[in-house]
Design a protein around this ligand. Structure first.
Ligand SMILES: [Zn+2]
Length: 422
């Protein structure tokens, strides 16, 4: 775990200093040549196009997915912007110890929604906000601009935010993209030119602004069939329970005052986006860090919604011995929940390249498991008392790995059950 944390830091430092995204795609490395990274292109200017729909359609490749209408609420313009001066972290809360949603290079542009102390609240796509320290940015007036992004050359695009979703080719860098949200290592985009929804690796996105011709978008029509996306969790109801919340911060990190409640919610959000992309109906027991929900209410949400699975997300603490690290998965009822715990534990350990902290799959009488009538588990992702794990816990890479591990465990659990009932 120590070694891995070091590697995380080194790879993120490389990204910072060279701005040269290197990320694994199905086990191979794609390295973008430097000449394709053109910060001046962040100021994308897609001006009003008076030409007919015909000419705009004619320029699109034949295999372009079906055009969908752009949702009206996805098209909002902003006047106040910030531009990053250097590599910057965007966080879930206005605090230096809050989980990081995204690390962006210099000259990234974001619309400003508000301020709190020395922090600016910014948009990270139409469906998400984040916080950035105002001493590392330049304020800009930039009237009536939409938040748009460029996607770098040869970027693979996926049907969902996980490498296990099928790749739908490479993103067309001449297209214009509206960002929707950032989830772990992924950004969800809406292709302005076709209205299609795609996921791309977060490092491939250049955050900028511009204007687009909305009437042209809405009038264009392409008759290709809609994108086929696999939905292995269609019809499943999954309750995600980010542990703690409000005044109940959960564990507080020892060398960094990280709140467990904040990490739990950040991971739950990334996991929710994967599950939803796979067709599941996802219910979160809480959606903000200042929200307090009783243990009884969490269980009630699971039971009342007849959850197919209930997953409680926590981080651990053992201040008596700061060297203790690793991941633990708990279940209570063997008949309903042991298989789920086993699948999630196996996949989470593999994804985090972590080890089980204690004997695997403890049967502890944890309230949210004991009183749950649904298949239910509680996972402790890492130890906030361990100096390496607490530093790692606020990085998007950790949120991504833990969420991806749990997601693959859920896929395996339902996959196995489907086979056994046939
Ligand atoms: Zn906890």
């Amino acid at each position: 775990m120590k070694w891995l944390t070091g590697m995380e830091l080194i790879s993120s430092m490389l990204l910072h200093f060279f701005g040269n995204p290197i990320f694994p795609v199905h086990g191979s490395l794609i390295v973008f040549p430097n000449q394709n990274i053109q910060p001046q292109n962040t100021q994308k200017q897609v001006t009003q196009n008076p030409s007919t729909n015909q000419s705009s359609d004619a320029s699109l490749p034949a295999d372009t997915p079906k055009t969908n209408p752009i949702p009206q609420d996805a098209i909002r313009s902003y006047d106040q912007w910030i531009m990053t001066n250097s590599v910057s972290n965007i966080r879930t809360e206005p605090s230096l110890t809050a989980p990081i949603l995204l690390q962006v290079p210099a000259q990234s542009w974001f619309p400003v929604l508000g301020h709190e102390g020395q922090w600016d609240q910014i948009r990270l796509g139409n469906e998400q906000t984040g916080w950035i320290a105002d001493w590392i940015v330049q304020k800009q007036k930039n009237p009536q601009q939409l938040q748009l992004v460029d996607v770098k050359w040869n970027t693979p695009k996926y049907a969902g935010p996980d490498l296990s979703f099928s790749s739908t080719g490479t993103a067309n860098p001449t297209f214009t993209y509206l960002p929707r949200e950032v989830c772990g290592d992924w950004v969800h985009l809406l292709t302005v030119d076709t209205g299609s929804s795609v996921w791309v690796p977060a490092q491939s996105v250049v955050w900028g602004y511009g204007t687009v011709s909305i009437p042209t978008i809405q009038a264009s029509s392409i008759s290709d069939p809609p994108l086929q996306t696999e939905r292995p969790l269609q019809g499943k109801t999954i309750v995600l329970d980010p542990g703690h919340g409000g005044a109940d911060t959960g564990a507080i990190g020892t060398v960094l005052p990280v709140y467990e409640r904040d990490i739990n919610l950040a991971v739950a959000r990334v996991l929710a986006s994967k599950l939803e992309a796979a067709g599941a109906h996802v219910i979160l027991t809480r959606t903000t860090n200042d929200q307090f929900v009783s243990l009884a209410d969490r269980v009630k949400i699971s039971n009342d919604n007849h959850a197919d699975v209930f997953i409680s997300i926590h981080q651990n603490m053992y201040p008596e011995d700061r060297s203790v690290t690793g991941t633990i998965t708990y279940y209570y009822d063997e008949a309903s929940s042991k298989a789920l715990a086993k699948d999630i534990e196996e996949q989470a350990l593999a994804s985090l390249q972590s080890r089980a902290s204690k004997e695997q799959m403890n049967q502890e009488e944890l309230y949210v498991l004991h009183h749950n009538q649904q298949p239910s588990i509680l996972i402790e992702g890492c130890f906030l008392s361990n100096p390496d794990e607490v530093e790692n816990s606020i990085l998007p890479a950790y949120q991504e790995k833990l969420a991806s591990g749990i997601y693959h465990g859920v896929l395996k659990y339902f996959g196995d059950r489907q086979h056994s009932t046939m």
